[in-house]
Design a protein around this ligand. Structure first.
Ligand code: F6P
Length: 358
């Protein structure tokens, strides 16, 4: 009887619990294995005794698939190969993690994470012989080799809902509403939400913009007889001078909101419009998962367990052509996915007359 571990790592998103549920159903229900849920990502492996909970069918029944967050907890605290000790120094604690894996007598480990987590888990697997399978999750959808990651669809849905709510108030007050959405380095959320939410302007880091061009679009909208507009800005967009948000705020503690505020102010200056800015932030991460995220999470969880049953490791499950495949995890780590300028959604946005600010 195999004993496998499962952990969630990096920023949380909707659908993580749906993955855990699927893994437990397949591993315990189908194969009769034991599943240990490691607490707070790799942090659980650093504790002695290792912090985990045994997961069986009774834990994962009922409402778990509907819940946002992760019942196991997660972390983005530190690379164990250069773990921050809190006093400005770092220490290599990778052997402690490998030791934790051995202490539990695991036959394999399922890591639910993004590229950063996978890079660490792959290094641990190489060093300590851990048998690992990865399941992609990130609201940013910027992992390569998979068409979707768990959490993206829900995050887009939250942003679209925000636009649905902003539109009536924008129209009532003849305002330009700026919505800043997440996406650490890539514009996938902004582009998808902007199209589905009927934005007039979408700014993503992959497309350089000019304030003049945005202002022209707003003026065109007005000339057409509509006195309000919706603008979606990805948090990864820089100022027109090319500086990042942190620099704009001179290292202030306000991490989000800078670029939305900046764009709102520039639009007001250039068009005379009254602007208001909404920063969605972590609202996009916490929500019951959408149907699509539940389906992807379930399919990924089942396939990951099947890979272990077949003795296939160091692979990531992925969505491709309406189904689940698996790819070498090294390829997923190597291929970052930002918005391609000739992609269907960029063409769709332009075809709809949405300005990308260029
Ligand atoms: O990568 C997911 C993400 O939500 C990004 O969209 C965002 O930039 C970042 O994580 C926020 O990280 P934190 O929760 O650590 O502030």
């Amino acid at each position: 009887r195999k004993r496998i571990g499962i952990l969630t790592s990096g920023g949380d998103c909707a659908g993580l619990n749906a993955v855990i549920r699927a893994v437990v159903h397949r591993a315990v229900g189908t194969y009769g294995w034991q599943v240990l849920g490691i607490k707070e990502g790799t942090q659980g492996f650093l504790q002695r005794p290792v912090q985990y909970q045994t997961l069986d069918l009774s834990n994962v029944d009922g409402h778990m698939m509907r819940q946002g967050g992760t019942i196991l907890g997660t972390t983005n605290r530190g690379d164990p190969f250069a773990y921050p000790m809190g006093d400005g120094t770092t220490k290599d604690r990778s052997d402690e993690i490998i030791g934790g894996y051995r202490e539990l007598g695991l036959d394999a480990l399922i890591g639910i994470g993004g590229d950063g987590s996978f890079a660490i888990l792959h290094k641990l697997a190489e060093k300590g012989g851990l048998k690992m399978v990865g399941i992609p999750k990130t609201i940013d959808n910027d992992l390569g080799m998979t068409e979707v990651s768990v959490g993206f669809d829900t995050a887009v849905g939250v942003a679209v809902e925000a636009l649905d709510r902003l539109q009536p108030t924008a129209a009532s007050h003849q305002r330009v509403m700026v919505l800043e959405v997440m996406g650490r380095d890539a514009g996938h959320i902004a582009l998808a939400a902007g199209i589905a939410g009927g934005a007039d302007v979408i700014l993503i880091p992959e497309v350089p913009y000019s304030i003049d061009s945005i202002a022209n679009k707003i003026k065109q909208v007005r000339a057409s007889g509509r006195n309000f507009a919706l603008v979606v800005v990805s948090e990864a967009v820089k100022t027109a001078e090319g500086t990042g948000v942190k620099k704009l705020l001179q290292g202030g503690e306000k991490r989000y909101g800078g670029i939305g505020d900046y764009i709102g102010e520039k639009i007001a200056d250039a068009t005379g419009a009254e602007t208001r800015v909404t920063v969605l932030g972590h609202v996009q991460r916490g929500s019951p998962p959408s149907a699509r995220d539940r389906l992807v999470a379930s399919a990924f969880g089942v396939h990951a367990v099947d890979l272990i049953a077949e003795g296939k490791f160091d692979r990531m499950v992925a969505w491709s052509n309406r189904g689940v495949i698996d790819v070498p995890i090294t390829e997923a780590i190597a291929h970052y996915s930002c918005v391609e300028l000739d992609s269907a959604l960029v063409k769709t946005a332009r075809g709809l007359g949405i300005s990308l600010g260029d």
